[in-house]
Design a protein around this ligand. Sequence first.
Ligand code: ZN
Length: 202
Amino acid sequence: MKANELEKIGELEAGSADDPIEGAVRRMIAEIGEDPGREGIQKTPARVAKSMRFLTSGYAQDIDKVMNGALYSVAYDEMVIVKDIEIFSMCEHHLLPFFGRCHVAYVPNGKVIGLSKIPRIVDVFARRLQVQERLTVEIAQTIMDKIKPQGVGVIVEARHLCMIMRGVEKQNSTAVTSHMLGVFRECEGTRSEFLRLVKERT
Ligand code: ZN
């Protein structure tokens, strides 16, 4: 049998000839000097493909569907803050995770969004290849566009495995990014109230 036929059979035995991500992962495993046929990692390409599809599922999500019309008219015009939202994202430079917490606040302008929708909006952008700065801006801009509040503040605090594992930075360093729009940008009082509420431990 020819070498390429043998290779085909090998792929079929691993149960995955049709999935391009699996094929790419299998080739990568071989390239780094491992045996993709070794018992312990035979199913690894399939697992990696599945987890990669989940971790980047934000590309296929539509913000309006995620929000599902959960906008409510209210007379409330004080700050709404959802803090310590867990985020797990993937750095677009190294395909390694970065993870931490996100704090989102806005001052309504006649409308509020269902509180549970905010972490879901965060996930839509976190589950993509990202840089932390863009993730922060995209969350803030989306809330600004969809809720049309008086202002939005977003802070992301995260640790990047591409820095930690490769020894580029100290083990405990955290990157902090923020994006302020509307009253959060214009009004020192609003911004410092947000920062105070974020720091306050509950
Ligand atoms: Zn990186």
